[in-house]
Design a protein around this ligand. Structure first.
Ligand code: A9M
Length: 133
């Protein structure tokens, strides 16, 4: 987990609009999300509770979770999901399930970059964040 801790800034994004369409996000939200350049903050408190905060000028969303324990998540586009996050070979793998659908968001640290892979059916978006000094 240690490698994720810190603040990350979005530097590139591929196919994110297609991913959001596949998830079922409406055009108004997609337009905002496409323009947003989020800062992502990972921290862990002394009880081992992990916080993942995604900050933009439009909206800030935070999830607090423990690995391998399902929790209720309200996503930035307001889906009410059951979410489960596990660590697999150094990758944080998040599965959101709502209304019989499911999407996966994988996060991996490579050097000074956080690579976020968003997967919905056969649609994949890759978003790259750089560590903030
Ligand atoms: C990411 O870079 C991508 C995670 C997938 C998020 C999918 C939800 C998109 C919601 C669109 C809502 C639009 C209104 C709010 C704008 C805030 C955008 C914040 C999300 C990019 C790394 C960060 O963990 N996640």
């Amino acid at each position: 987990m240690e490698q994720f801790i810190g603040t990350w800034k979005l530097t590139s994004s591929e196919n994110f609009d297609e991913y959001m369409k596949a998830v079922g996000i409406n055009i108004a939200s997609r337009q905002i999300a496409n323009m947003a350049k989020p800062d992502v903050l990972f921290s862990v408190d002394d009880q081992g509770l992990i916080s993942l905060k995604t900050k933009t000028t439009f909206k800030t969303v935070e999830i607090k979770f423990r690995l391998d324990e399902e929790f209720d998540e309200i996503t930035a586009d307001d889906r009410k999901a059951k979410t489960f996050i596990k660590l697999v070979d150094g990758k944080l793998v998040q599965t959101q399930t709502w209304e019989g659908k499911s999407t996966m968001i994988e996060r991996e640290v490579k050097g000074r970059e956080l690579i976020v892979k968003c997967i919905m059916n056969d649609v994949v978006s890759i978003r790259t964040y750089k560590k903030h000094e």
